[in-house]
Design a protein around this ligand. Structure first.
Ligand code: PMP
Length: 440
């Protein structure tokens, strides 16, 4: 340990700060699949940081691109002027996006991406003369970041309850998780596509459908416990949105960039949204960056509605398309391509799935859910103490097994970098098995 840690200034996000202070977990370096802690221990990264370091830590090509760019030009605005890297990064992203999704709006993270996409949806309807379309629809247990838009369409009460009423005119449909019918499914659960009908039957009956601007959802809900959509569910949502002129936004902050073995979740599920929000793996998390990828027609509607000399969309961030982030994104997208990391993730997923399901039958395991390189292990909780058991497991994994996992309520979530090999998969799941067997 180096000098004693002064914890009196940093206010840590989403952290029980006083609890952290008792036993700080500090990482000081990272490479490939591993972190190194301040006391020199190697930690296998079972979660790609926060679902973001898809190409593995400190990838030399990405590091070099960032170092080079920061020395050449640290910053340039993209308001009324620009720099080549932002255009190049947008083109590289459009190239791997689903057909017709050609326009890219840059921001700095997932939360800003969600707010940006919601604003594009509202502006789009206005541009078409439908200013009455203001209602936004999300789902229960959805995580869409922490902006006011994101917490409104998100389905997590805890993220809202300290902040009062927030954004009005949002509504939620239920998530499609069904433990009774679908526990231990592999691939897409077969039951539950009809949950999508709730959008039309309940919600649109409650509100005039022509008051709804957009539906936003994570094609696979990640950070709230890995909820895999039932077969046919997303297709139904798409069809309902189409029937009622409602835009469909996929929040792919987790599912983009190979997590499911494809560039985007939209490719995996073969359902095309009107907008995709992405962040995290866009720069391999080296430098913060988010993006909204928009169907060309939506962009064109906003262009055509505005006089030639006016700003078509009143929105943007100082760091939209930041040169260093753009350089990181260009290098990251090249790495994914050159090293065929999406294909690699697809190829190793069946092994990952078998390893995950080998935990079935161990004490306290209630369900195992997985797709691509993401998996959730739902545990029997302790009554009156939601999440406490999984949090204990997280701590034990870190201290006793040198393994980084994530927990959310009583679900252990795993989402390793796409470069993980079979031996590391074995290590991850055998460590968790040992811990589960030792739970008293
Ligand atoms: N959307 C989803 C689906 C996410 O998982 C996250 C972050 N985990 C966000 C949005 C917010 O992203 P950020 O933390 O970069 O703002």
């Amino acid at each position: 340990m180096t000098k004693a840690l002064d914890t009196s200034h940093l206010w840590m996000p989403f952290t029980a700060n006083r609890q952290f202070k008792e036993k700080p977990r500090l990482m000081v370096s990272a490479a490939g699949m591993y972190y190194t802690t301040d006391d020199g221990r190697k930690i296998l990264d079972g979660t790609a940081g926060l679902w973001c370091v898809n190409a593995g830590h400190c990838h030399p090509k990405i590091v070099e691109a960032v170092q080079k760019q920061v020395a050449v030009m640290d910053f340039a605005p993209t308001f009324q002027m620009g720099h080549p890297k932002a255009f190049e990064a947008a083109a590289a992203l459009a190239e791997i996006a689903p057909d017709g999704m050609n326009r890219v709006f840059f921001c700095n993270d997932g939360s800003e991406g969600v707010d940006t996409a919601l604003k594009i949806a509202l502006a789009y309807h206005r541009a078409r003369g439908n200013a009455g379309r203001t209602r936004l629809v999300g789902r229960e247990r959805a995580y869409h970041g922490v902006g006011f838009g994101g917490i409104a369409v998100g389905g997590i009460a805890a993220n809202r309850k300290q902040f009062g009423p927030g954004l009005a005119a949002t509504d939620h449909i239920r998530h499609p998780l069904n433990l009774e019918k679908n526990a231990y499914s592999r691939g897409l659960p077969v039951n539950g596509a009809e949950m999508a009908d709730e959008l039309e039957q309940r919600l649109l009956a409650l509100h005039d459908p022509s008051s709804v601007a957009a539906v936003i959802l994570e094609p696979l809900q990640g950070s709230t416990g890995v909820i895999v959509p039932p077969a046919g569910y997303l297709e139904k949502i798409r069809a309902i949105c189409d029937r009622h002129g409602i835009l469909l936004i996929f929040d792919e902050v987790i599912t983009a960039f190979g997590r499911l073995g494809t560039a985007f979740g939209a490719d995996y599920f073969k359902v095309k949204p009107d907008m995709i929000v992405c962040a995290k793996g866009l720069t391999n998390a080296t430098v913060p960056m988010g993006a909204v990828i928009v169907k060309q027609a939506i962009h064109d509607t906003l262009m055509e509605a505005a006089p030639a000399d006016s700003i078509e969309f009143f929105h943007g961030y100082t760091y939209s398309g930041h040169p260093v982030a753009a350089a990181a994104a260009i290098a990251t997208l090249e790495v994914y391509k050159e090293e065929q990391l999406f294909e690699r993730a697809a190829a190793i997923s069946p092994y990952f799935e078998d390893a995950a399901h080998s935990l079935k039958g161990l004490p306290l395991v209630k369900d195992i859910r997985n797709l691509g390189l993401v998996c959730g292990i739902e545990l029997e909780g302790i009554s009156g103490k939601p999440g406490a058991r999984a949090y204990d497991l997280f701590n034990q994994a870190f201290w006793d097994k040198g393994l980084l996992i994530r927990t959310t309520a009583d679900v252990v979530a795993l989402s390793p970098p796409l470069i993980i090999n079979k031996a590391q998969i074995d290590q991850m799941f055998s460590s968790i098995a040992d811990l589960l067997k030792s739970i008293k």
